[in-house]
Design a protein around this ligand. Structure first.
Ligand code: SER
Length: 315
């Protein structure tokens, strides 16, 4: 990676990725784009920031050409809960947006990254030790777009030689930019409410485990995979990665180690329950470890301490 175009740069991942890429590659070599301006998001003040609708192919190509980028990190997409509310919009943004990105990468010979997700799995997938290569029959529109996206990225690599790479992200937790409509958002909101109210009403049922990861590990994973030696990559797209796996009671217990008075009750959202129960409990991440040395620095308790500290300081 030398000069990097990012779509969806004001999202939960993009906002922190841009900061890290600025540090490593130099601000002048980072081109953040998003469909909108978000007040208070520092990335909007980046000297190369541009408005870009990924469904506008001409504009997409033009911004990549103008900045002579060699890498495209394509983050623009709808998350699972929003996608269930607006399935056709999700299909358009997640699929046509991705195809447009892949076409830009093919035409301009760019290295390409896009995230898949734990949402690419479904109720028939083995829940524990979910293998890298296994049954993928998701029951959400989000999952359908993610599986199709994984296949498209493989196709663009084998058919056109595009250097496509990607991971299956678990739920991502951060104190910087809130996520926008995912099923795993509860694991972010719980920290905000712990600091603000000392209690939290959880919309995911007790006992439902999902893989999660702290944002610094997620950002590092993107960079490590993009910089990995291509000859070592057996799988290119959609590596299972995770930093931890927990159910609501476990994250609440972790918060109680720092804030003993913290209380949690439940008001389960049936749509989120259905989605969460269709996803793995705990994925096998050995392919990512073996092929590009993936590792996560944060476990649940280490993340909890950092989240609470950072949110307290933001108060
Ligand atoms: N965090 C995402 C979601 O819940 C999973 O990819 O939609």
């Amino acid at each position: 990676m030398k000069k990097i175009l990012i779509t969806g740069a004001l999202g939960q991942i993009g906002s922190e990725l841009v900061v890290k890429l600025n540090e490593i590659y130099g601000k002048e070599n980072v081109v953040p784009t998003d469909i909108r301006v978000v007040e208070g998001n520092e990335v909007c003040n980046h000297p190369n920031f541009a408005i870009l609708d990924v469904l506008d192919m001409d504009a997409f190509m033009a911004v990549a050409k103008k900045h002579e980028v060699d890498t495209l990190i394509h983050m623009a997409a709808l998350l699972s809960a929003v996608a269930e509310e607006k399935p056709l919009v999700a299909w358009d943004i997640n699929m046509q947006g991705l195809i447009n990105g892949l076409e830009v990468a093919r035409a301009l010979e760019l290295q390409f990254f896009t995230p898949s997700s734990i949402g690419a799995f479904g109720p028939d997938t083995p829940k524990v030790g979910t293998p890298q290569d296994t049954i993928q029959r998701p029951t959400t529109m989000y999952g359908i777009t993610k599986v199709a996206g994984e296949l498209l990225c493989d196709y663009y690599h084998t058919r056109f030689g595009v250097d496509t790479r990607g991971v299956r992200f678990p739920g991502l937790i951060s104190y910087v930019t809130p996520p926008g409509g995912g099923t795993t958002d509860y694991a972010v909101q719980i920290y905000y409410d712990a600091i603000k109210y000392g209690k939290y009403v959880c919309n995911i049922p007790q006992g439902v485990k999902m893989d999660m990861m702290y944002m610094p590990d997620a950002i590092q994973a993107i960079i490590d995979l993009m910089e990995a030696d291509a000859s070592k990559l057996v799988h290119r797209n959609a590596f299972n990665i995770s930093g931890m796996s927990f159910e609501p009671e476990e994250i609440a217990a972790s918060i109680r180690k720092v804030m003993p008075e913290f209380e949690m009750t439940y008001d389960v959202n049936p749509t989120l329950e259905r989605i969460a129960k269709s996803w793995p409990d705990e994925m096998d991440i050995s392919a990512a470890k073996e092929e590009w040395n993936f590792k996560a620095e944060y476990d649940l308790d280490k993340m909890t301490v950092d989240m609470l500290e950072k949110l307290e300081a933001k108060k």
